[in-house]
Design a binder for this molecule. Structure first.
Ligand code: THU
Length: 175
């Protein structure tokens, strides 16, 4: 992410953010650990509980110690009680392995009854949760997303998806 301040005439300055994603033609061009992660996210789509949207989302988180923790979206008749795949995976990862650095998160989705995975990017709420952990661990979290027609999109950190964000660095936390 690049951050520019450009002086313009009048009283205000224009603030510009440039964000960058990398696009790969297919997942096999990724490093082995990222390929494993996106495959895991894909397989977890089939564990989704999504009777309302029929959008099956899978996510997988790679920790620095090599553990992979996965999740799928969990819906509810009371809609706000459901949770996205990314947060299911992230919360399980941090609950199970507190203090271990989160290196990467992959996300994939497929519509029930279809065979093609579709482009998906984390929603705003999930971006905020990724941002919280990235800030607290002071280490970038890479985000790997399915792109169109087998392509893969990569954000080197949450800053590329959430460039102007709310953060409070936790002070008295072990991580
Ligand atoms: N969903 C996710 O799991 N992750 C996202 O990044 C976007 C949306 C889920 C939530 C809901 O179960 C379904 O997809 C439709 O919004």
């Amino acid at each position: 992410m690049l951050y520019y301040k450009t002086l313009i005439t009048g009283m205000s300055k224009k603030i510009k953010f440039d964000v960058f994603l990398e696009e790969y033609d297919n997942a096999s061009q990724l490093p082995a650990e990222s390929l494993t992660l996106i495959k895991q996210a894909r397989s977890y789509c089939h564990n989704a509980y999504a009777p309302y949207s029929n959008l099956l989302v899978g996510s997988a988180v790679l920790l620095e110690d090599g553990h992979i923790v996965s999740g799928s979206n969990q819906e509810n008749a009371v809609f706000p009680s459901g949770l996205c795949a990314e947060r299911v995976a992230l919360f399980a990862a941090v609950a199970g392995y507190p203090g271990v650095i989160i290196k990467k998160l992959a996300v994939s989705a497929i519509r029930r009854g279809q065979t093609n995975h579709q482009a998906i990017a984390p929603c705003g709420g999930c971006r905020q949760v990724i941002s919280e952990y990235q800030t607290s661990q002071d280490h970038p979290i890479e985000i790997i997303m399915e792109g169109h027609q087998g392509k893969v999109l990569l954000a080197r950190s949450i800053d590329e998806l959430l460039p102007f964000k709310f953060t409070i660095k936790p002070l008295d936390q072990p991580r």
